[in-house]
Write a protein that binds this ligand. Structure first.
Ligand code: BGC
Length: 727
């Protein structure tokens, strides 16, 4: 039963306009920011009620002191929200979201979110600006690192697991925090992958790709939503009344809080839809945005907007009420100090262990000629700018993560190979032009049996503001790779990056390539576990890995063309100067074990509305190694009233299998799952043939296919009354 709701009418009657607008304001308290910094802790404004919520402040000494001012020294004593970007861990950092998505394990996704919530709540935080649910098919965009990749189905499952982990059963539980689904909506479609650039997506893409993950997270009770900085076909999302008020509140009947992005409300002026701060504030409020993050447009603009008749006090009150309800849901009126406690000296061992497990589960073995795992190497040369860089291991948006508590690859390998000589040379820096260190690195490589080459991006090369026009190896790393390769020793390249890196030489010159993403606090140990075979590389790509930049956007869910690509035929859907196939498909990832996948077996041959289908797939570990694999289930609607994607993901399962053992994976599909949006964007279920495909990646070459016949609904038998009326 939902807890009894307080009556906030008294508050609303008693509050001055400034106090109401204070409740609609969220100010950055400076400990970390992505925008202009105020140089202020906001004590005075919290006391006078004109700042009712803070973010970027953590640690109980800070949060409790500020909460005390709000509760004991402000006139109405309304507690503060403390927001923070707990994106992939708080103090203990887990893999970046794109990396963790590669684990294809909803249970792991939920456990890491719950652990992050617990650590953040202990630091006084009660709201996170996560999960990010922006589907994206563009590795140029830096924020692909914060996403769950290219597929709406994966993103929806990921988002639901994260919301469950952050919020638990009851938001009032002091070890949980309110989740924010962001960035609503279609931010992942920024033009040419350029940060904050305009977005123009068709209504169909919006409905089929960008909106579903939000709909599912909100249906599961996600407390808040953050509109994207971007516009959608000319309407900035911060002012998008149809999609916020119309879709979220009236359409989906969601009652949570909408928090603007950082200074996004005054940015409406630069978008060219508001003449001044007053108009900007009115547009955002009327669109349904409740909280103004760092824009101060509500506080300073809404009084005049009221005078000009641009907004009503009822709209302001409704927003205030939603903010108060969130505070109530979080239990802040019962105990504003429930969150926050003494920080342990070091990150708890169980969280570090979880970070290590998650990083190994997320690591994708892209290529391997048998060089991995390393078995008792005598001398290992660990080379490259990321080899001993704990900050890079944490990845972008590492919240309150401490680089001093993170383990570099070098540290991990030294610990994992106590009987080997583990040598180290940086060679080049990540982005610098200096090449003087390459000679020493090559000399070291010559002395070693094997080289572990740690290349890629430092944390700031992806994430917000990290768009790259040339998303390959930055700086002079390609030269380092070429020189070390010329030394002739086997090369294991460990890539650390927030995106698929487009750099052919990495794959041409390495014997093995392991994608570590930003693996997190225990990343160094986890990657050493994988390299030495103590752990399986559990990850599979949640995003298609392009071969060339020109292929972007490339993703498995593309629609067919009337002229499918045909080698040697100019007049087909191809390039004249490069391949159309990606470097690696979605789902790609090797294992130390080998597996055989049976064809999908269907429980029924035909399917009508209201019925369900069970698909089973036999999987066998055909090797002498224990190992993990992931089975994907796709469908293809071969002939429909409008072109359906070449593959649509319907299910996935990551599983561990002992050597020589086999299991059967089961998926259940409802006939409704096979409906699609017709030309009026309403769901239709069309009879006809549908392919069911199962296997280890989104590549027909490795998928087995069977077909099922969709049948029209059986006409309902006439009811007795209708029957007698006819008679
Ligand atoms: C980002 C958001 C983030 C906010 C608060 C913005 O710049 O776009 O994702 O939650 O800052 O830090």
């Amino acid at each position: 039963m939902p807890p009894a709701r307080r009556n906030f009418d008294g508050f609303l009657t008693e509050m001055t306009l400034a106090e109401k607008l204070g409740q609609l304001t969220m100010a950055s308290a400076n400990m970390a920011t992505t925008g202009p910094m105020p140089g202020n802790r906001w004590d005075t404004e919290v006391r006078d009620g004109t700042v009712g919520n803070l973010f970027n402040v953590w640690r109980v000494e800070e949060t409790a002191a500020l909460q005390r001012i709000a509760v004991e020294e402000s006139r109405l004593g309304i507690p503060l929200l403390f927001g923070f970007d707990v994106i992939h861990g708080h103090r203990t950092i887990f893999p970046i979201p794109l990396g963790e998505a590669a684990a294809f394990d909803p249970d792991l996704w939920e456990r890491t979110a719950a652990a992050a919530a617990e650590e953040a709540a202990l630091d006084g935080v009660n709201m996170t600006f996560a999960p990010m649910l922006d589907v994206t098919r563009d590795p140029r965009w830096g924020r692909i690192s914060e996403s769950a990749g290219e597929d709406p189905f994966v993103t929806a499952v990921f988002g639901r697991a994260k919301v469950r982990g952050f919020q638990g059963e009851d938001l009032a539980d002091p070890s949980r925090v309110a989740a924010t689904a962001k960035h609503y909506v279609a931010y992942g479609g920024v033009n040419a992958g350029r940060e904050y650039a305009p977005v123009d997506a068709s209504d169909r893409t919006l409905e089929e790709v960008f909106l579903p993950p939000f709909r599912e997270a909100l249906a599961d009770g996600c407390a808040a939503v953050m509109p994207a900085f971007t516009d959608l076909a000319g309407i900035p999302m911060t002012a998008h009344r149809a999609l916020i008020e119309g879709r979220l509140r009236l359409g989906w009947r969601w009652e949570g809080v909408v928090v603007s992005d950082y200074t996004a409300i005054p940015e409406l002026i630069l978008h060219g839809v508001a003449a001044d701060r007053v108009e900007a504030a009115a547009l955002a409020l009327n669109a349904g945005v409740d909280l103004d993050m760092m824009g101060f447009a509500y506080l300073h603009g809404l009084p005049e907007a009221l005078d000009r008749g641009l907004v009503t006090i009822e709209t302001i009150d409704a927003a205030v009420l939603r903010v108060l309800r969130l505070k109530e849901r979080l239990g802040l009126f019962d105990d504003p100090y429930a969150r926050g406690g003494p920080r342990p000296e070091a990150p708890p061992a169980n969280l570090v262990a979880l970070s290590r497990e998650a990083a190994a589960q997320s690591a994708v073995l892209l290529q391997n000629d048998g060089t991995l795992p390393l078995v008792r190497p005598r001398r290992v040369a660990v080379i490259g700018p990321i080899a001993d860089d704990p900050a890079a291991v944490l990845g972008s948006w590492s919240a309150a993560g401490e680089r001093t508590e993170a383990r570099s690859y070098l540290a991990g390998l030294r610990a994992a190979l106590p009987r080997s000589e583990v040598l180290h040379a940086e060679g080049v820096s990540c982005v610098g032009e200096e090449t003087g260190g390459i000679g020493a690195a090559v000399a070291l490589a010559r002395e070693a049996d094997v080289v572990v080459l740690c290349l890629g991006e430092t944390a700031d090369l992806s994430g917000e503001g990290g768009s790259r026009a040339r998303p390959g190896l930055p700086g002079r790393q390609a030269e380092l790779l070429a020189a070390v390769a010329a030394a002739g020793r086997p090369i294991v390249t460990v890539l650390t990056a927030g995106r698929p890196l487009i750099e052919a030489a990495v794959f041409e010159r390495s014997n093995a390539v392991l994608m570590a993403w930003g693996p997190g606090t225990a990343g160094g140990d986890a990657i050493a576990d994988v390299i030495t075979g103590r752990a399986e590389p559990g990850g599979r790509l949640p995003v298609t890995w392009p071969e060339t930049v020109g292929q972007i956007p490339i993703f498995f869910g593309q629609r067919p063309t009337g002229r499918p690509p045909e080698e040697g035929n100019r007049y087909t859907a191809r390039y004249i100067d490069g391949p159309v196939t990606p470097r690696f498909s979605f789902g790609h990832g090797l294992s130390y074990a080998t597996f055989r996948y049976g064809p999908p077996v269907l429980s029924v041959a035909t399917l009508a509305p209201g019925e369900t289908l069970e698909v089973t797939v036999d999987v066998e570990n055909t090797s002498a190694f224990a190992g993990r694999t992931t089975v994907f289930l796709f469908t293809r609607d071969v002939v429909a009233s409008l072109a359906r994607p070449l593959l649509e993901l319907r299910g996935f399962r990551s599983l561990a299998l002992e050597p020589g053992s086999a299991t059967t994976v089961r998926f259940t599909l409802a006939a409704d799952d096979l409906a699609f949006l017709g030309d009026d964007l309403k769901p239709v279920f069309e009879p006809g043939r549908v392919e069911i495909l199962a296997g280890p990646a989104a590549d027909r070459a490795v998928l087995s296919v069977v077909t099922i016949e969709l049948e029209p609904a059986v006409a309902p038998a006439p009811s007795p009354r209708a029957a007698s009326a006819v008679a």
